[in-house]
Design a protein around this ligand. Structure first.
Ligand code: ADP
Ligand code: MG
Length: 514
């Protein structure tokens, strides 16, 4: 009577409905009865779509599918006792599927003191969608539904934010990229976690840019379309059985994937797991790499790392070949450097290539280059000598750089540096090895000191030195070296320490079965 709007009364049912609407819950499924009818009515009044079902189990299945489809939980409204028990099937199913769901159950009246505050609503919504999505149950005492409370005394907590997006550790991202790159028969498995994460665009890019075959799980189907040429569903058993590296994007190694165990898989297959749930990592198998984070974010991380990743031999030689003068003398020594270089770097003239030769000798390169440069000076002024060295090979006669500088021979030395003989390791792995073993005597004998700045051997004697890690840096330094006809230069080209082979195509999967 004191005409005060602040005295306006509102029922518990309306408070519940308003709290749901504030949390952006748009759909409610259920079977009404005492004491929850008023909640359904109040929800409808606020524009929440209420779909009455015939059994709580179906209602709960429906509400959980809303969570999967929209990323925001659907609500399932049930009465106490049998209603809630019927809903259990849907709650368990949502939880096993990792789908968000809010179940609201009416229960018998409680004394005022033990009533939970409605603060629990946003918490329920939040915990249903944050981390691994799943079911939340909110118990509503019957006497709350019809109690009138002062509208002004209620404070609705703001709509909870979308789940924070977490990314994987960068060292793990790098390691995963390296394992995938060195795989002979890699396979991506795309699960319903990837579908829920809305990772379709980034995963498709990964599949296409890295030319990787993929296999969807039943509900992972369609994240990348089934008719995509890289989809190997038609050869599912074979794909699983012969893959040497498998990347799981939101798929668990449960019965659907035969637990990740032989004979359906190679005994030594390397699994890379991408999942938002830490507890899932290492389940059933010992993964080679674990990427804890949101699938979409982690996939983008992998794509980004691909661009800035160490170059491999083919990238390096491709860019070198582009700028090589046709009449240059090519000197080459090393293992992979010489072998792969020979297949990419072209010769157009006789007697313009000198390499490790019949005896496979390492250490001949700088001597050969010096001889070629002296002959060029006398007979062919302006002709360039380009010496393509592995980092180990360079070490056999590196001090001849002083000779080159003393005679001012404009030789271009390219040191293709993979931190070792045949293969090395990256700085991180090297440090880890030393932490375990304390001295480098325990490191694999093929390893050389990672990240060695061989270009400083050249600058020590007054020549030009370049340390390059990207194709752009390589192009630029090579252009400058070729332009400068007065000075020798050394370009230290860092490449992927484990790089050896060509990017694999996957005819092993598609050809034989299609
Ligand atoms: P499938 O049945 O397709 O194999 P699963 O249900 O077994 O898929 O696995 C789904 C996985 O996806 C779960 O382990 C879950 O933790 C994970 N997941 C759900 N959402 C995300 C997300 N946004 N980012 C990463 N992982 C997620
Ligand atoms: Mg699974």
């Amino acid at each position: 009577e004191r005409n005060n709007r602040s005295e306006e009364q509102v029922s518990g049912a309306k408070v519940i409905a308003e709290a749901l609407r504030t949390q952006d819950v748009k759909y409610m499924f259920g079977v009404v009865g005492i004491p929850v009818i008023e909640i359904a009515v109040a929800a409808q009044e606020l524009g929440i779509k209420y779909i009455g079902m015939r059994n709580e189990q179906a209602a709960c299945y429906a509400a959980s599918a809303i969570g999967y489809l929209t990323g925001r939980p659907g609500a399932c409204l049930v009465v106490s006792g049998p209603g809630l028990i019927h809903a259990l099937g849907g709650m368990a199913n949502a939880n096993m599927n990792c789908w968000p769901l809010i179940v609201i159950g009416g229960s018998s009246e409680q004394s005022q003191e033990t009533m939970g505050a409605f603060q629990e609503f946003p918490q329920a919504v939040r915990s249903s969608i944050y981390g691994r999505p799943g079911t939340c149950y909110v118990d509503i005492p019957a006497d709350f539904v019809n109690r009138q409370v002062n509208a002004n005394s209620i404070k609705y907590v703001e709509c909870c934010m979308p789940p924070p997006v977490s990314m994987a550790e960068t060292s793990a991202v790098r390691m995963a990229a390296s394992v995938i790159r060195n795989a002979k028969q890699p396979l991506l498995i795309i699960g319903k976690g990837a579908a829920y994460a809305r990772a379709e665009a980034s995963l498709r890019k990964l599949v296409e840019q890295c030319k990787l075959p993929f296999l969807p799980t039943p509900m992972g189907k369609g994240v990348v379309p089934d008719n995509h040429p890289n989809c190997v569903s038609a050869a599912r058993s074979r794909a699983l059985q012969f893959a040497d590296v498998i990347v799981l994007f939101g798929a668990r190694l449960n019965w659907i994937l035969h637990f990740g165990l032989p004979p359906r898989y190679q005994a030594d297959v390397k699994f890379i797991q991408v999942d938002i749930c830490a507890e899932e990592l290492g389940n059933n198998v010992r993964p080679a790499v674990t990427l804890l984070g949101d699938i979409n974010a982690v996939t983008k991380q992998e794509l980004a790392s691909k661009r800035s990743l160490p170059m491999n031999y083919y990238t390096v030689f491709y860019h070198v070949q582009e700028q090589l003068p046709r009449d240059c003398v090519l000197v080459s020594e090393g293992a992979n450097t010489m072998d792969i270089g020979r297949t990419v770097l072209q010769n157009y003239l006789p007697r313009h290539r000198l390499d490790a030769g019949t005896f496979g000798t390492m250490g001949v390169g700088l001597g050969f280059a010096i001889a070629a440069a002296i002959v060029a000076k006398d007979r062919n002024p302006g002709q360039r000598v380009i010496c393509v060295e592995g980092d180990s090979a360079f070490g056999f006669s590196g001090m001849e750089v002083e000779t080159i500088c003393r005679h001012n021979l404009p030789i271009i030395l390219l040191v293709v540096n993979n931190n070792g003989i045949y293969q090395g390791v990256d700085t991180g792995t090297w440090k880890e090895m030393l932490n375990f073993g304390e001295t480098a005597t325990v490191a694999p004998p093929v390893c050389l000191l990672p990240n060695s700045h061989y270009e400083q051997v050249m600058t020590a004697f007054g020549g030009k030195g370049y340390f390059v890690q990207t194709p752009e840096e390589l192009q630029k330094s090579l252009r400058q070296s070729l332009a400068d006809t007065t000075k020798p230069s050394l370009i230290n080209i860092m490449i992927e320490p484990q790089a050896t082979r060509k990017a694999q195509d996957f005819h092993w999967l598609t050809r034989s079965h299609m």
